[in-house]
Design a binder for this molecule. Structure first.
Ligand code: PMP
Length: 367
């Protein structure tokens, strides 16, 4: 049965009510796109391509079987916090807050800082959810263009920070979708000039070989944001933020009381304890990344940008056509053409398993 939800009024009347009550900036938004990958080699979302080894699956199964799903989870998620502190050597005196993915932390940090009239600044192009969350929370937003080589324009950022006095600055380090690591001194200049919080989003830290985490004590306005999504646990939805306890205490008020579900809380410590497995995966992806960079750069008319992540951004002769041809060959990548002028004809390709990368290179060679 195909019944409508308009209570007998016309569809147009319902649309009119929706348009009258939903905030105009939400009505104007386009939803963050999540592609369906059914059957394709999935190189679009920076996931780890590696399935869990059988002995680890058995540990996960046992941990899940023991979860009392009739009860609410631990609101503080203390076991997960302890596992993260151990696994990533987080500074002992720093505050720590967990999110349902770092996406949730971006949302609640933004919400907490969205005083009427407050501004968010981020370089562009960068992770789209920064700007979207400014809109969700009613924050002003100012994007500062990166240079054409995707480096941070420190002068322009500093000028924007001095002029707009932002409550919140987002710097993805390394940046998505460009893949590069911003210059340390440019980052430091922004951290010093910013009157409010600077979130250094280290979603790709496992592949970057650089981090601002050891420098938390130097910059009282620094928050380091991370996720386990790119290192093999995207399905768990677990992100974490580290900053001075004064910041974290405020963000913790905005957090939903049980934001980390019991299954995630049971499984995360099991996987975070598998340090050798996680390290092997990261090492293999870094070496596959180098192989992809070199091979893609050899294709005629293609430019590969330097990357410190688990993806490669490439400018190709005709991104929409290449995207479709790859999909026809069974491979899903992310087409960034049309998203920002600096990303003209750019495809973002997540590093896969050696076999997946071979398939990608074969498909690219036949284009
Ligand atoms: N920050 C950056 C820079 C990202 O690229 C992503 C994922 N695309 C996220 C945050 C969100 O990651 P998650 O919600 O899976 O932790």
């Amino acid at each position: 049965m195909n019944r409508r939800f308009d209570g007998g009024t016309s569809g147009a009347a319902l649309a009119g009510i929706v348009a009258a009550v939903v905030r105009p900036e939400i009505l104007a938004l386009t939803k963050y796109a999540v592609a369906k990958a059914g059957g394709l080699i999935k190189l679009d979302a920076m996931e780890s391509p590696f399935p869990l080894p059988e002995p680890v699956r058995a540990k996960v199964a046992a941990a899940v079987a023991a979860v009392p799903v009739n009860r609410y989870p631990d609101g503080a998620a203390d076991a997960v916090k302890a596992a993260l502190r151990d696994a990533f050597d987080l500074p002992a005196t720093a505050g720590l807050i967990l999110g349902n993915g770092s996406d949730e932390l971006i949302a609640l940090i933004t919400m907490a800082l969205a005083r009427p009239g407050a501004t968010m600044i981020a370089p562009e192009p960068s992770f789209e959810m920064y700007r979207m969350n400014a809109i969700f929370s009613g924050m002003r937003y100012a994007g500062v263009p990166l240079r054409p080589d995707f480096s941070l324009d420190a002068e322009a950022m500093e000028a924007a920070v001095t002029h707009a006095r932002p409550a919140l600055v987002y710097l993805a380090y390394p940046n998505n979708p460009t893949g590069n690591l911003f210059d340390t001194s440019a980052m430091e200049r922004i951290l010093r000039a910013a009157p409010g919080l600077v979130v250094v989003d280290e979603a790709y830290h496992a592949f970057a070989g650089a981090s601002f985490l050891p420098r938390l004590h130097e910059f009282p306005n620094l928050l380091v944001l991370r996720t386990v999504s790119k290192i093999g646990m995207a399905g768990l939805r677990l992100g974490y933020a580290v900053a001075a306890p004064e910041w974290i205490a405020e963000f913790d008020k905005v957090r939903q009381p049980y934001n980390l579900n019991a299954l995630t809380q049971a499984v995360a410590p099991v996987l975070l304890a598998e340090q050798a497995m996680l390290a092997t995966w990261a090492t293999q992806l870094i070496s596959e990344r180098a192989r992809l960079e070199a091979a893609i750069a050899r294709l005629p008319g293609v430019v590969v940008f330097p990357t410190r992540t688990n993806f490669v951004l490439a400018r190709v002769p005709d991104a929409p056509r290449w995207f479709e041809a790859l999909r026809a060959a069974g491979i899903l990548v992310k087409n960034r053409h049309g998203v920002h002028p600096l990303l003209e004809h750019c495809l973002r390709i997540t590093v896969g398993t050696p076999a997946e990368n071979d398939a990608l290179l074969a498909a690219l060679a036949s284009l």
